[in-house]
Every structure is written in structure tokens, then in C-alpha cells.
Ligand binder design. Sequence first.
Ligand code: HAM
Length: 403
Amino acid sequence: MINPLRGMKDISFDDSARFTHIVKISIEVAKRYGYNYIETPILEETTLFKRSVGESSDIVGKEMYQFVDKGGNDVCMRPEGTAGIVRAFVSAKLDRQAMKHKFYYYGPMFRYERPQKGRLREFHQFGCESFGESSVYEDFTIIGMVAQIFNELNIGYDLLVNSLGCPKCMPVYRINLISFLSVIKNELCEDCNRRIDTNPIRVLDCKNKKCQSLLVDSPKLINNLCAECDEDFKKLTELLGKTDIGYKIDTNLVRGLDYYNKTAFEFISNDIGSQSAIAGGGRYDKLVEYLDGKSTAGVGFALGIERIMELVKIPQSQREGYYMGIMTPDAIDSILLLAVQKRKSNKATVEYKSKGFKSHMKGADKANARYALLIGEDELKNGTVWIKDLDSGEEKTILVDDI
Ligand code: HAM
């Protein structure tokens, strides 16, 4: 027997109902906010992720599904969606247009992580990316859209927000942070020590309790923002404060991808264990340029479908469509042709085998059909069908042409 690879899963039955429900609600909400569907390849040049997600990130440094293909190209299974969408945006020369573009997407992402509950090697995201809008109002709107998706899925959450500054204030803060970290360097964990040189900001979100206690007095970026970033962050929190979304400022929220500036946010659930982030996102105003495009503002988010599947209860599905069966083998052609007609606008499940009445009624129940429609010897002879509404219990025999 061949099983899925470690950290990868088949999604079927109840799981697939939850999966499609999450995607359906997310698409409905995204469309209301003006987003259009985009599909980009799963396989991309490795350079794309090095230049966007960043070489110092764990994702690129340790977790890529990277290989050389038969043509000698260094390629990688996408670990996230944003880089590919930005690449597509630049490939299509949309950066040269003065228009705003908004895309939504969903699909599999691959990270060679140590699998545990809520942490997979192949997982699925639904995400949105908005291009060309530098106003903080768009950050507010995107956060509101994620909150709306969770509300419509009936899921509780906590929202954490932070500002990562911009190329004006971040470098100054970085120097401050490095000098703070170099004093406590010997007491910090191995990972933090490595990060002081490669990506000091990431030291702030180290999960090690001792490191966290040493970082309590670290300089905070939100106290060192330039006037523009400060004003934007204040506006964002002021607007969020006027809604029922609720938020907490988390000065250690730095995100695991290097492309962010200004707003960074995460939605957390306390009901799914340690891998609690159910969505994350933020602003990435430099990313289009990093990927050779014309300077274009960008902001977006992605939610983790498998983590949300743990939380979502799907509404009891209602009886729908037809169950069609025969009680004499001769009626097979009639029932098949009837199904062709019905399927033009309805769901129809057809049982090919001639069976007894009770067995058919069980089949109709299993198929969760609204109507059971049967043809026996008499019906075949008379050009009729027997039909029962399984919701109301009403039943009758009618001419095929009158269905
Ligand atoms: P991310 O925070 O790396 O952001 O991932 C987004 C969500 O994907 C997480 O909040 C989590 O729910 C889910 N996720 C991540 N890794 C795993 C895993 N190994 N197993 C299961 N679920 C996982 C991004 O990927 C950015 N591209 C989001 C973004 C879009 N920022 C701007 N635009």
C-alpha cells in the first residue's frame, strides 16, 4: 500500500466538504471586495523565492522543495502564493498601468517543515493581493475582509497587528536592536545568535521562553517609526478600534517572510493548539521592485485552509436533486435518458442496477436526494414514473413528460 508522503494528506468526505465550504465563503467575500481569480504555476524558478521571501528566512533557508529539473533549471514548489502573484503581475506588465489590480487565489503550498498538528508539508491557502493602493485604508479594508470571512465561517479569532516600518525608519531601528541584542547575545539561543547577523528582527519572535524574557526590554519598532509610518499605524488602529473586529498590538510580530513593510498582521485561534496562526499578511510596497517591476504598492493576506478546517462546522446539508432507480432491468435506457434531461439543471444520482423498493429508498437517503424517482414494470409500460418528495412525504405517479 502506498500512503501519502509525511506531512501530506488526502482531503475527502467530510474534510472535503469543509474544505470547499471555506473556499466558497472566501471567494464570495473576496468578490464583494472587487477581487478577481488568478492562477499561477506551482513550480517557479528558485530565484523568485530567494528574492522575495528572502534568503535569511527559514522558508527559503531550510524548507524549500527545491530541485534541478530535466532541463537543468533550479526550480522550487511554491512555499507561499504572494511571490508567484507578484511575478505574474510583473510578467503581464501590469506594473506599467496606472490601474489598481486585486487578485484572489487558492491552492497547495509546500514547506519542508517538521510535521505536527496543524503543520503540514503540503497545505492549502486562500489569499488575496491588492496592487497599486498605498493608502493605509487598504490595509484596514483587507484586515476587515479576513475578519468578515471568519465571521461568515462562524470562527472566533484574535487579531494581532504591528508595524514593520519602512526603508527610512527600519534600518535605524535595526542598528538599535542589534546593539541591544549584542549585550544579551550569550544568553540567547543558538537560532537567535544566528539571526542577529542574518535577520535580527526575527529574533523578536523566537518561541524560546528564556529568549522572550530577555527581550521584554528590547527597543520596540512602533516607538521608533518615522512620522509617515507612525501616522499610518495610528490611523489603522484607530479605524480598527471603531469596528467590532478587536485587535491587540504585538510589537514582536515580525512574520516569517522578509518582504513586509509597515502593516503586519496575524489572525490567531486559541482552539487548535500551538500552530495557532489561521491567517497572516501585511503590506509589501518594495516587492514589485525586488522582482524587477516598477515601484507599486502591495498588500495582502493568506489563510491556512487546513487549520481553519479544524474550526469550521459545515451547515447540515439539505436534501437536493433526484435519486433515480429502476425496478426492472428493461427500464435502464429510460432512466438514463431522464437523468441526462434532469442534469441540465439539477443534481441526479442514478442507480444502474435493478433493485427492490426498500433498497432504492435506502439509496435515496444515502444520496441525500430531495426526490426519489423510480421506474418499475408498470411505469415502463405506461410511460410514467413514480416520484416521492422525501422532505414532505408526498408521492405520486406521473407521465414522464410531466416531470
Ligand atoms: P504565512 O503566514 O506564511 O503567510 O501563511 C499564511 C497561513 O498559512 C498561516 O497563517 C497558516 O494558517 C497557514 N500555514 C502556513 N504554514 C503552514 C503549514 N506548514 N501547515 C499548515 N498551514 C500553514 C504567507 O504565506 C503570505 N504569503 C501571506 C501574505 C499574502 N502576505 C501578503 N499577502
